[in-house]
Design a protein around this ligand. Structure first.
Ligand code: SP5
Ligand code: ZN
Length: 345
């Protein structure tokens, strides 16, 4: 399988994230992608190519312009607040929740930081915009190659994307790579696109982006938001709205669920995808369903990921894989490549 990779991902390197009242070392680190790259090379999964250049228009098909303007200038604004900020990452401290206005654009940088985010676990660093933008180009290139006839392609990107919405970051995500890929497939003439999100965490950003649309179906398997991040979305009764009613499918599973249960949910998801008759599939490929993941709660084993790839392959669809979460750094490579290898067999 073709992989699209760019080493600028490493320019996004957060130091600390807020967790239960203290700043702890980031889980989402450059080594994650390095391990996947190494495993792809060792196992000779296929060619590894650089992304093509895309202008901001392809990204603006999904994200609000005022959010992109904010993100692209955020680091410089942060350092302008205080030159000492150059040694620490930017984290939000204020959020405009219920009863506040979200149509205002305060001059204060910390105020806009909160306007465009929803957690304090997602540090913005000097290279975040460059890395995220290069990542989106990886996803767009992978989608373009699948359109040109590759059966599948893998966008090896970070930071991840599925928690990012039209105008917000969070959950380690800034630009929604999977949504950008799906929209690009639509724009290239694929009438119906399915997005399947198998990261441990509900893909709240992707869901929100396509919630009122019937042309992009969203299906997610994830830890039950009653107990698992992102808590405020991802429940089974979220079925879509307006024209999109019936095109959103959440399959929450209890923390502690194992492969047998998970695989049954995957079969349910794949039946729904087949009924939609999409022209292409985008897979948000999170590997934090792994038993050894430090921040998640399912118990999949490395060998299970081969079966995951086989199951996905049987959908018989042109498929764009987009790398999302997975924080057991030493194993994330074997787990990711097992999915891709299982798919190609
Ligand atoms: C893309 C993705 O997987 N984002 C996940 C963001 C999760 N952020 C919340 C992390 C909560 C950390 N819990 C640590 C538990 C340590 N025992
Ligand atoms: Zn995740």
């Amino acid at each position: 399988m073709l992989t699209i990779y760019n080493d600028r991902h490493a320019l996004h390197h957060g130091k600390l994230e807020m967790f239960r009242g203290e700043l702890v070392p980031c889980f989402e680190v450059p080594a994650r992608a390095d391990y996947v790259l190494q495993e792809l090379q060792q196992r000779r999964l296929g060619p590894i190519e650089e992304p093509s250049a895309f202008d901001d228009a392809a990204i603006a098909r999904v994200h609000a312009q005022r959010y992109l303007d904010f993100l692209s200038g955020a680091w410089d604004e942060w350092v302008a607040l205080d030159p000492a900020n150059a040694t620490r990452d930017a984290l939000p401290s204020y959020w405009p929740i219920r009863t506040f206005r979200s149509d205002v654009l305060p001059a204060s940088f910390p105020a806009r930081m909160g306007l465009f985010s929803y957690d304090a676990g997602t540090p913005l660093t000097s290279g975040t915009w460059t890395a995220a933008r290069a990542g989106a180009c990886c996803a767009l290139t992978a989608a373009a190659r699948v359109l040109q006839g590759d059966r599948a392609a893998f966008a090896l990107t970070r930071p991840p994307g599925h928690h990012a919405g039209v105008d917000f970051f969070g959950g380690y995500c800034f630009l929604n790579n999977a949504a950008i890929a799906a929209q690009s497939l639509r724009d290239a003439g694929v009438e119906r696109v399915a997005v399947l999100d198998i990261d441990y965490h509900h893909g709240n950003g992707t869901q929100a982006i396509f919630y009122e649309r019937a042309d992009v179906q969203f299906t997610s398997l994830h830890g039950d938001p009653h107990t698992e991040y992102p808590y405020y979305l991802g429940y089974a009764d979220e079925r879509g709205a307006g024209e999109g009613l019936g095109f959103n499918h959440n399959l929450p599973l209890a923390r502690g669920s194992g492969f047998a249960q998970w695989r049954e949910a995957l079969a349910t998801a794949l039946r729904g995808i087949a009924a939609f008759k999409p022209g292409a599939l985008v897979v948000s490929l999170g590997l934090d369903t792994f038993a050894g993941d430090p921040i998640a709660g399912f118990t999949l084993a490395t060998a299970d990921y081969l079966r995951v790839g086989e199951d996905l392959s049987r959908a018989g669809l042109p498929t764009v894989f987009v790398f999302e979460g997975g924080y057991a750094v030493a194993e994330v490579g074997a787990n990711a490549v097992n999915v891709l290898e299982g798919f190609m067999q």
